[in-house]
Design a protein around this ligand. Structure first.
Ligand code: GLU
Length: 483
C-alpha cells in the first residue's frame, strides 16, 4: 500500500499545544494522537507545549489532567514539555524585531477609540477589523501606553495548501492588525504560538479546524520573520451523536471520565479516536504499531465525525477480551477499592476468564465480580426471584445432593453432576442452571454456571444452594423411588 512504501521523513516535527484552561478532552486527545502517529510514522519527533500564556485561565489541575491523560493514553511526547509562559521574553524579542523590520508597529489607540471602531463595524454589519491610524505613525510621547500590532498585508490573497482542507484562500483585506504584545508587554496567543513553533522546529501543524482562520493570521508573522512555513493540516472537529459540536451536554468530554466513570481501556479509546476521522480501508481494530505504520494525513476525512459511545464500548469489549487477566484484575480491584494485599484479588483474577467475554467496560467487569463477595443470605435481584419459586427449591435440593457427592470440585465433574440431575428430572440443562444461577449469584445473568461453582468453591456453593433448596430430608423422602 502507498502509505507503507512512501518515503519517511525523519525531519518531521509535530506538536500538541493544549491550553490548560480545562481538562484534556476527546478532541484534544485525538489531535495529540494524530500528531504522535504522524511523527512516529516518519521517525520524527512529537513535542508537547503547554500554552499557559493566559495566566488567569490556566490552572495547575488542568495541566496535571492533561499530562496524566496523555500518559494514560500512551501519547508519549519526546523531550521535556515546554511551558509557553516561560518564553515571554523571547516573544517580546520577536515583536521588537518585527517592529524593526517594519512588519509590526506600536499602536496607541485608546479603549474608547477601539470601542468607537467596534460600534461603527457593528453599525455597518462588518466584523471588527482593526487597521490602526498608528500603522504608519510614530508617537513622540515616550510615556504613552501602547500595544504592538502586526502590520498585516492589506492587498492580495493568502493561500494555504492544507493537507486536510485542501487549498484555502483568504483575501488579505479580511485580515486585521492583530495584537502581538499587550500593553503590559505580554504576548498574545497569535504571536506566542508562531514563535514557539518556529523555535521548537515544528514542521507540521496538525490541529482542530477551528484554528484554520488563525493560520491566515499567523502566516504574516512567519513571513515577516522569514521563517519556513509549516505544513498545515486542520482536522475536523468531533461532534456529538446529534451532529452538534461535542460539549458537556453530550456527556463526558474529559478523558478522565472515560477512564474513571465509564471504565474504558486506554488502547480502546486510542483505537476509537484514531478511527474517528481517519480510516485505512475497512480496518476497525488497529494496534498502535499498525497505526504508526499506516498513518497518513491523506486518510483524514474532511467532514466532522460523530462520537458514538456504543462503538467505543464495542471496541472496549474487544480490548477487554484480549487484555491480560492480571492487568484486568488490578483495574477491577482498584475500582472496588481493594488494597494491594487484599486476598480477594486472587479470586478476582480467577474470575476474569469467565467475566471477560461479556463485559463492555470495567464497571461491568467489576459488577460481575460482585457475587463472589456478598455474604449469605444473598440479596436476590427482583428479576431473579421468579427463578427461585415453583419447582426450583425441589430441583435445587437435588442439585445440592448431587454436588455434595462430587469428589473433585472441578468444572467437568460439576457439569456432569448437574447434567445428571437434569436428565433424571426430565429437565433441560437450562431449567436447572437458571435456578442454580439465581441461588449462587442472586441474578439472572452471570458467568457460566460451572465457572461460578468453581470460583465460589465447595462450601460456599453448597451453602448458597441450601439457602434456596427445599428441605433436603423431605426432598429425599419424596424421591425415594428415583434413588
Ligand atoms: N493552544 C491552542 C488550543 O488549545 C492550540 C494552538 C495550536 O494548536 O496552534 O486550542
Amino acid at each position: 500500500m502507498s502509505a507503507t512504501t512512501e518515503t519517511r521523513d525523519p525531519g518531521v516535527v509535530t506538536r500538541f499545544a493544549p491550553s490548560p484552561t480545562g481538562f484534556l478532552h476527546l478532541g484534544g486527545a485525538r489531535t495529540a494522537l494524530f500528531n504522535l502517529l504522524y511523527a512516529r510514522h516518519h521517525g520524527g519527533k512529537f513535542l508537547l507545549r503547554i500554552e499557559d500564556t493566559d495566566r488567569a485561565r490556566s490552572t495547575q489541575p488542568a495541566i496535571d489532567a492533561i499530562l496524566s491523560g496523555m500518559r494514560w493514553l500512551g501519547l508519549d511526547w519526546d523531550g521535556e514539555e515546554v511551558f509557553q509562559s516561560t518564553r515571554a521574553a523571547r516573544h517580546a524579542e520577536v515583536a521588537e524585531a518585527m517592529i524593526a523590520a517594519g512588519a509590526a508597529y506600536r499602536c496607541y489607540m485608546t479603549a474608547e477609540e477601539i470601542d468607537a471602531m467596534r460600534a461603527e463595524a457593528q453599525a455597518n454589519k462588518q466584523p471588527l477589523r482593526i487597521r490602526s491610524p498608528w500603522r504608519d505613525r510614530q508617537n513622540n510621547d515616550p510615556s504613552a501606553s501602547f500595544v504592538v500590532r502586526l502590520k498585516a498585508p492589506t492587498e492580495g490573497a493568502t493561500t494555504i495548501e492544507d493537507r486536510v482542507q485542501g487549498s484555502v484562500t483568504v483575501q488579505n483585506a479580511e485580515l486585521d492588525d492583530l495584537v502581538l504584545l499587550r500593553s503590559d508587554g505580554t504576548p498574545t496567543y497569535m504571536l506566542a504560538v508562531v514563535v514557539d513553533d518556529h523555535d521548537m522546529g515544528v514542521t507540521h501543524i496538525i490541529r482542530g479546524d477551528d484554528h484554520l482562520n488563525n493560520a491566515f493570521r499567523q502566516l504574516p508573522i512567519i513571513k515577516a520573520m522569514g521563517w519556513r512555513e509549516p505544513v498545515y493540516a486542520h482536522i475536523p472537529l468531533i461532534h456529538g451523536s446529534d451532529g452538534a459540536k461535542l460539549s458537556k451536554r453530550h456527556g463526558a468530554v474529559g478523558i478522565e471520565a472515560y477512564r474513571d466513570e465509564l471504565g474504558i481501556l486506554p488502547e480502546a479509546l486510542d483505537n476509537y479516536l484514531l478511527r474517528l476521522g481517519w480510516g485505512y480501508g475497512d480496518n476497525e481494530i488497529i494496534s498502535r504499531e499498525q497505526a504508526i505504520e499506516w498513518f497518513d494525513l491523506s486518510g483524514v476525512g474532511k467532514s466532522p465525525s460523530r462520537f458514538d459511545l456504543k462503538k467505543l464500548e464495542n471496541l472496549n469489549g474487544h480490548y477487554i477480551r484480549s487484555a491480560d487477566d492480571a492487568r484486568l484484575a488490578d483495574l477491577v480491584a482498584a475500582k472496588l477499592g481493594l488494597n494491594a494485599d487484599d486476598s480477594r484479588r486472587a479470586l478476582i483474577a480467577a474470575a476474569m476468564p469467565a467475566l471477560k467475554p461479556r463485559a463492555a467496560n470495567l464497571n461491568e467487569l467489576a459488577d460481575g465480580t460482585g457475587f463472589l463477595f456478598v455474604a449469605r443470605p444473598l440479596p436476590i435481584a427482583a428479576d431473579a426471584e421468579a427463578l427461585l419459586s415453583g419447582e426450583a427449591p425441589a430441583t435445587l435440593a437435588k442439585v445440592h445432593a448431587a454436588l455434595d457427592a462430587v469428589g473433585q470440585w472441578d468444572t467437568e465433574a460439576l457439569e456432569e453432576a448437574v447434567r445428571q440431575v437434569a436428565e433424571a428430572q426430565g429437565l433441560k440443562l437450562g431449567q436447572v442452571a437458571q435456578p442454580l444461577r439465581a441461588a449462587l449469584t442472586g441474578r439472572r445473568t452471570s458467568p457460566g454456571i460451572f465457572d461460578v461453582l468453581a470460583l465460589l468453591g465447595r462450601d460456599e456453593s453448597l451453602a448458597r444452594i441450601a439457602d434456596h433448596a427445599a428441605d433436603q430430608t423431605a426432598a429425599q423422602g419424596k424421591d425415594e423411588n428415583n434413588d
